[in-house]
Design a protein around this ligand. Structure first.
Ligand code: CA
Length: 249
C-alpha cells in the first residue's frame, strides 16, 4: 500500500444529502469514494471491491451498521469509522466493541471527518510496518524491550499491568479504547465485569506519570466509553521529527 496511491473509501449512509456532501468533500481531498444507502448494498460493494476504509452509519435500512460491521470484521481488518447520532453513548460503545476503529457523532463537520480519515489511514499504514522498540514522545519515553518508562528523564516504576496498559494506549495516539477492549488487551480476560479494574489501573498510572485527569497531558478519559492517549501539542513536532529521522535512516 503506497502513500501515493488513491485511497478508496466505501461510504454507507442512507441520508442522501449527508452522503453526497461527505462524498464531495472527500473527493475534493483526493479520495475515491463509493457511496451506498443501505447495509445490504454495503456488503455487496465490499465483496466486489477492495477498499482502504469504510465510513459506516449505524442506523441503516435493510441491514444495520452493526451487522455490516460484524460481517466485515469476520473477514477483514479494514479501518472503519462509525457514524452515530448525538448522545447515543451505548451505540458508540457497541460500535467500538464490534471492531470499529473510530466514531463520529452527528452532526459533524466535513473537516473533522477528513481529519479522522487521514489519521486512521496513517495509523492503518503504520500498523503494517514493524513496530518500534522505543516510543519517544519527548517528555515521556517508553522503552518496550527494556521495560522502562521515563518522564522528564526520571524512571517511573510501573507494574506489569500498568506498563501493558500504557503501551496499548500509546501505540496508537488518538485511538479510543473501550474499557472492555483494555480488559482484553491488558488483563487477557474476555468476559464482562472487570471494566472497573481498568479504571483503577488508569488511576495508578496517572499518579505515577504525574498526569492529572482534570487537566491531562497524555491519558484522556472518553466519557461513557473508555480512554485514549494523546501526544501533547508541544511534543508533536518533536515526535514527527523523530519519525522522519527514522524513515530517512
Ligand atoms: Ca441513518
Amino acid at each position: 500500500m503506497s502513500n501515493a496511491e488513491v485511497k478508496k473509501i466505501l461510504l454507507v449512509e442512507d441520508e442522501k444529502t449527508i452522503r453526497d456532501a461527505v462524498a464531495a468533500y472527500l473527493e475534493r481531498e483526493g479520495y475515491w469514494v463509493r457511496g451506498v444507502g443501505d447495509g445490504q448494498s454495503a456488503l455487496e460493494e465490499f465483496e466486489k471491491h477492495t477498499f482502504d476504509m469504510i465510513i459506516l452509519d449505524l442506523m441503516l435500512p435493510k441491514l444495520s451498521g452493526e451487522r455490516v460491521c460484524r460481517a466485515v470484521r469476520d473477514t477483514s481488518d479494514v479501518p472503519i469509522i462509525m457514524l452515530t447520532a448525538k448522545g447515543e453513548v451505548e451505540d458508540r460503545i457497541i460500535g467500538l466493541e464490534l471492531g470499529a476503529d473510530d466514531y463520529l457523532i452527528k452532526p459533524f463537520s466535513p473537516r473533522e471527518l477528513v481529519a479522522r480519515v487521514r489519521a486512521l489511514l496513517r495509523r492503518a499504514h503504520a500498523a503494517e510496518e514493524p513496530q518500534p522498540e522505543v516510543f519517544d514522545f519527548g517528555r515521556l519515553v517508553i522503552d518496550i524491550s527494556g521495560h522502562k518508562v521515563t518522564v522528564d528523564g526520571k524512571e517511573v516504576d510501573l507494574t506489569a499491568s500498568e506498563f501493558k496498559l500504557l503501551i496499548t494506549l500509546a501505540r496508537y495516539p488518538g485511538r479510543v479504547y473501550t474499557r472492555m477492549e483494555l480488559v482484553e488487551k491488558v488483563l487477557g480476560y474476555d468476559f464482562e465485569g472487570y471494566e472497573r479494574t481498568i479504571d483503577s489501573h488508569v488511576k495508578n498510572l496517572r499518579a505515577k506519570l504525574g498526569d492529572d485527569p482534570k487537566n491531562p497531558i497524555w491519558l484522556y478519559t472518553v466519557h461513557g466509553v473508555g480512554y485514549r492517549f494523546e501526544v501533547p501539542a508541544e511534543d508533536q513536532a518533536y515526535v514527527e521529527a523523530q519519525k522522519k529521522a527514522k524513515q530517512n535512516a
